[in-house]
Design a protein around this ligand. Structure first.
Ligand code: 16G
Length: 262
């Protein structure tokens, strides 16, 4: 625990902004301190009791504010050692108009990328995989699940399904699925992506090293070969605090006079 007698929390008086519930005022005060750099990633917060006494609020109020900040990713709690300002994560921008692989996205930013394998093997397909990948009777599906990281920071969990005819040996994939597919002339050239917001469940939150219930992005990508055959169906979960998806929008053709109804 941090000593109240030193650093930012040792300041004489704490003035919370007025208005709104006390725990939100306290939350904002801590948030502002992080944004101004008064307290930095890795700094410990005083104990619940010390902070309550300092700010002159109840311990319940402190607990509520801290829990919210943990949920927002501003603070992290470590069992037995206390509450700390969360490490800063670099946000990554990904274009929504280019069909790129994770490895390529990161290489373009000069970021070291790696994967931790969660699973890879051949399975009997689910009805959804059979339909999406257009599998024929008796055809197996290759499933590969990876945690994608840059350095020590997990960015996403990817669970991909491909026809076993395209990917008969999932063990043969090196660092990049798309590079592996490229070698056999099976790299997808088109994809449809569906993105929606999600709150992370226990398993995914643990893998991504964030609090349960944190914001995440759920992305489903179905990609196709030039022949029109669906080759990959991937469900990815990205950490909400590390990824920005960027789309370029252009003005469509202006309506012409001829289309007006008169
Ligand atoms: C991207 C794709 C994923 C694909 C992977 C291949 C999204 C949402 N997903 O992460 O569908 O399987 O790239 O990456 O963009 P790799 O070649 O580095 O294995």
């Amino acid at each position: 625990m941090a000593e109240l007698s030193s650093g930012f929390f040792a300041a004489e008086r704490v003035v919370l902004s007025s208005g709104g519930p006390l725990y939100l005022q306290l939350k904002r005060w801590i948030e502002d301190a992080v944004h101004r750099g008064d307290i930095n990633p890795g700094d410990a917060l005083p104990s619940e009791r010390d902070l309550a006494a300092k700010v002159d609020v109840s311990r319940v109020t402190v607990r509520k504010a801290v829990l919210q900040l943990v949920k927002d990713g501003v603070l992290v709690q470590r069992h037995g050692s206390g509450t700390f300002v969360a490490p800063q994560t670099q946000r990554v921008e990904q274009s929504l108009s280019q069909l790129t692989s994770f490895t390529e996205d990161m290489a373009r930013r000069g970021m070291a990328v790696r994967a931790e394998w969660l699973d890879r093997g051949l399975y009997l397909p689910s009805p959804e995989e059979t339909v999406t990948l257009g599998l024929s009777q008796g055809e197996y599906v290759a499933r590969i699940s990876r945690l994608r990281l840059t350095g020590d920071t997990p960015l996403a969990i990817e669970r991909a399904s491909l026809s076993a005819r395209i990917l008969p040996d999932p063990e043969a994939i090196g660092d990049s699925l798309y590079r592996h597919l490229d070698k056999s002339g099976n790299r997808p050239i088109r994809a449809i992506q569906r993105i929606r917001a999600a709150n992370l469940g226990e398993e995914d939150a643990q893998l991504l090293q964030v609090a349960v219930g944190s914001a995440g992005l759920n992305i489903e990508r179905t990609s196709y070969l030039a022949s029109g055959r669906a080759i990959e169906f991937t469900r990815s979960i990205y950490r909400g605090d590390t990824y920005d998806f960027v789309a370029e929008l252009r003005l469509g053709d202006a309506p012409t006079k001829e289309t007006s109804h008169d």
